[in-house]
Design a protein around this ligand. Structure first.
Ligand code: SAH
Length: 410
């Protein structure tokens, strides 16, 4: 059934590319997109999201002013003009009511929205993180100036209105930037400074600045898909590259001998170690380093892995990382990607320079209503005469033509 008015903002916000399409068509478009990129293998249907609304557990609101009224919303794509958003159908339920309370408390505490051009005012952004399982919320108030003295009082008033808010933090961001958070310290006004969620029966700590998948319930589906593909048996040496707060490494640890997790953001690594302690896991080593540099050194020393999980940012992996990975020779590579185009590029490299072949591709819909789709690929090394590997790598004789067209080597 065609929905005509998914959102009163229409296309002005730029968030919901597929707002007015039936979900089944959206899933088909996402699958078609993957089919084009991975034309040489059968691409199954994209795993749908259980809920196409209220799945976002992270909400970032800009505070602005309109006709003398305090509003919260977001920047119009590519500009610094704020459009008012009174409730978004993608955000977790309860987010808009917390934001409404922040706006009304701003009035009671005589706070003004921060004006970026004049560098006046107070509150600039509000960042909400939601722990799905426990329905706990963490609020980070980002100020553009540091003149407000009653921050703790403000935090307590907010908690009184919303008992689900377990932590309130604040940060000063007076830089000319569209980034929500700056590099300044984050101070805690109320609570422990983190909230906890559960994924695949493990507990994870979420702090204001740490990366955590936005759609908590579908994350479980994503990680289960990755684990199934890896098919670990209990003894393997496993690499988790781009490990964030250690989610994949810790989930894999129950089925592996030892896991090495590499992440460049040292704050995320500290949380990952805390997460390991929280779950009583001792067979994971966390390394705070650039994945390419770490792997280059490890490969030089002759380090080997049986399996590797890769979960890089949108830009994908660089060639230094991929060439070192090939040297470390994992039998299986499970590549999770939020940008299938860079994933396809990196897979081409692994095939051309390491003889790794794609055995499976699985799309997982983490972001309904948007054009984004997460893709998980299983690659294994194909022995010289492995017909299965060859046919998975490219369908029959058309492979060579296609490779000529799309390029064999970069
Ligand atoms: N696997 C994690 C995080 C994935 S997001 C999860 O599922 O939650 C990608 C992560 O890669 C981010 O934490 C980012 O800080 C990290 N990263 C980006 N470039 C990196 C690099 N060159 N070396 C190591 N980590 C990097």
């Amino acid at each position: 059934m065609k929905e005509k008015t998914w959102c009163p903002l229409g296309s002005r916000c730029g968030g919901c590319d597929y707002a007015n399409l039936p979900y089944s068509i959206e899933l088909k478009l996402k699958r078609d997109y993957l089919k084009k990129l991975f034309f040489y293998i059968d691409v199954p249907e994209v795993i749908p999201c259980r809920s196409v609304e209220h799945y976002r557990d992270k909400v970032q609101a800009v505070i602005g002013e309109r006709n003398g009224r305090i509003v919260s919303g977001l920047y119009i794509k590519g500009t610094h003009h704020v459009i008012e958003l009174r409730g978004c159908r993608l955000e977790f339920e309860g987010a808009s009511s917390i934001l409404a309370s922040v706006r009304s408390l701003m009035k009671s505490f005589s706070l003004a929205p921060y004006d970026e051009d004049r560098r006046t005012g107070d509150l600039r952004h509000v960042l909400l993180r939601h722990a799905h399982n426990r329905n706990e919320v963490m609020v980070t108030l980002v100020f553009g100036t540091d003149r407000f003295r009653r921050k703790k009082e403000f935090a307590c008033a907010l908690v009184q209105k919303h008992p689900e808010v377990k932590t309130v933090a604040w940060q000063l961001n007076d830089e000319k930037t569209s980034m929500v958070l700056s590099d300044n310290d984050i101070r805690i006004l109320y609570g422990d400074g983190y909230i906890e969620d559960e994924i695949c029966t493990l507990h994870f700590r979420i702090t204001p600045s740490s990366f955590f998948q936005i759609n908590r319930s579908q994350t479980e589906v994503l990680y289960e898909t990755a684990m199934r593909m890896a098919g670990l048996r209990g003894k393997e040496r496993v690499l988790d590259a781009y490990s964030g707060t250690g989610t994949i490494a810790l989930i894999a640890s129950g089925k592996a001998g030892r896991v090495i997790a590499v992440e460049e953001n040292s704050a995320a690594v500290e949380i990952a170690k805390e997460n390991a302690r929280l779950n009583g896991i001792e067979n994971v080593d966390f390394v705070s380093a650039d994945a390419s540099l770490f792997c280059k050194e490890a490969a030089k020393k002759g380090v080997k892995f049986d399996a590797a999980f890769l979960d890089p940012p949108r830009s994908g992996c660089d060639e230094r990382f991929l060439s070192s990975l090939i040297k470390m020779g994992p039998e299986k590579i499970v590549y999770i990607s939020c940008n299938p185009e860079t994933q396809a590029r990196d897979i081409r490299y692994l095939k051309n320079f390491g003889s790794y072949y794609v055995r499976r591709i699985q799309g997982v819909d983490m972001f309904p209503r948007t054009s984004h789709v997460e893709s998980v690929a299983l690659l294994t090394k194909a022995p010289e005469n492995d017909e299965a590997g060859r046919s998975f790598a490219g369908k029959g004789k058309h492979r060579d033509d296609r490779e000529r067209k799309y390029g064999r080597k970069r």
